[in-house]
Design a protein around this ligand. Structure first.
Ligand code: CTP
Length: 398
């Protein structure tokens, strides 16, 4: 079905590739409203975009000929999707901090449709922590991102920062224009992040998990219509808007909370890196150093409950349960054992020794294994894309 797509072009060299994108969206029958920042008009002319989109290109907040200054509200109301491509570091920063000082940034603020951001810039700029933090802020607000590609860049260097292929941008646009609602009327509980096991009032044992994978799963399930309970260990990530959020600290606490809600859930996904051990006797006071430098401080550890195993014992006939297997060797074999021992339907096998996979990374490399023995290795993907693939497999099992 024809939709209205806003294309916001900002000042990057990849702006010229957006001519092809606009042309192909038109061929697919969509209405396209092109907006350009002043910087973008240095890279490609509004006339090109006007000719391809078949309508006036909007560049100026204060241009009466373009309909004067409430135009940004009118435009925003018409959009089914807003795409910012290429998105420069500067424009990403403006969006992340709510600035509205030109036509496109005011449309972004007034817009209530989904937003797809397609960054493209020099590798060092893209990897700059400030830019990455701004991207993380926007992701927390629910903005969708397409990862830039790697290769030769216009600035003469090679690396991450290329605009993805127009075909890939089109594909993501179509996905966002017709979102799947295949988890409607389903309740899903996801656990995420690490747990903390106290040693004394100031120290604890934890692990490297940040919660990215579990939070991505919660966002994906929400966007596909599910009611989502997110049980999370301590995490720096923003809580996705719309989830029922249950913050916890220790593995035991996480287990108790999940057992409370299990019976009401259709799907349970264990993405948390649950601490397997806790300190047998937590010291009431801070453990002090002494003059005796030969003294050994020994922590006695006892095993925590295996949360998924406990939930697996109480699983009902139509409940789907998914776990992860963080492995450093014999990945598939160990994952299959965990699938059976925890009574799961699907396990996401994760070789945590692979670069850009596992804990704290933005990407992941996993294999999905189900009870019937099917084994689907996925290429390296963003954690959002892995989340979508996992939810697809869950839907297929429902
Ligand atoms: N898990 C759990 N409770 C635990 C440990 C793990 O629910 N106490 C869940 C994890 O959330 C994950 C799956 O079980 O979905 C596998 O976790 P993993 O750390 O890979 O394995 P373990 O079961 O802890 O086994 P091992 O440490 O021996 O590899």
């Amino acid at each position: 079905m024809a939709k209205t797509v806003g294309i916001g072009i900002t000042g990057g060299i990849a702006a010229y590739k957006i001519a092809d994108l606009v042309s192909r969206l038109k061929k697919d029958g969509h209405e396209v409203i092109v907006m350009m920042t002043a910087a973008a008009t240095n890279f490609i002319t509004p006339l090109t975009m006007k000719t391809l989109s078949g309508r006036e290109v909007l560049t100026d907040l204060w241009n009466e000929a373009q309909g004067f200054n409430v135009q940004h509200i009118d435009v925003a109301e018409q959009l089914d999707l807003l795409v910012i491509a290429p998105a420069t570091a500067n424009f990403i920063a403006k969006m992340a901090h709510g600035l509205g000082d030109d036509l496109l940034s005011t449309v972004v603020l007034a817009n209530t449709a989904p937003v797809l951001v397609v960054p493209s810039m020099n590798t060092n700029m893209f990897e700059n922590r400030i830019v990455q933090n701004n991207i993380a802020i926007l992701q927390d607000y629910g903005y969708h991102f397409l990862e830039p590609g790697s290769g030769h860049l216009a600035c003469g260097t090679a690396g991450r920062g290329r605009l993805p292929e127009v075909q890939d941008i089109l594909h993501r646009i179509e996905e966002l224009l017709s979102p799947k609602q295949d988890l409607k009327n389903k309740r899903i509980m996801v656990n995420a992040g690490s747990t903390r096991e106290d040693i004394d009032p100031v120290r604890f044992i934890t692990n490297r998990s940040t919660g990215k994978m579990g939070y991505a799963l919660a966002r994906e399930a929400l966007s596909r219509g599910a009611e989502v309970i997110l049980v999370s260990g301590p995490s720096q990530l923003a809580v996705p808007v719309g989830v029922r959020f249950i913050p916890v600290r220790s593995a035991q606490e996480m287990c108790e909370e999940m057992l409370k809600y299990q019976a009401d859930c259709d799907i349970i996904i264990g993405a948390a890196a649950v601490g397997d051990f806790r300190v047998a006797r937590v010291a009431g006071q801070k453990i002090k150093k002494t003059e005796d430098k030969t003294r050994q401080v020994v922590l006695e550890l006892v095993e925590n409950p295996d949360i998924l195993k406990e939930l697996g014992k109480r699983k009902t006939e139509h409940m789907i349960m998914v776990g992860f297997a963080a492995e450093t060797e014999n990945v598939l074999e160990n994952a299959k054992k965990k699938l059976l021992s925890k009574n799961l339907d699907l396990i996401v096998a994760n070789d945590v020794t692979v670069e850009e996979a596992g804990f704290a990374a933005d990407t992941n490399v996993v294999t999905l294994i189900d009870r019937a023995g099917s084994c689907r290795p996925l290429p390296k993907m963003s954690k959002d894309e892995v989340a979508a693939a996992i939810i697809d497999s869950v839907v297929a099992l429902l």
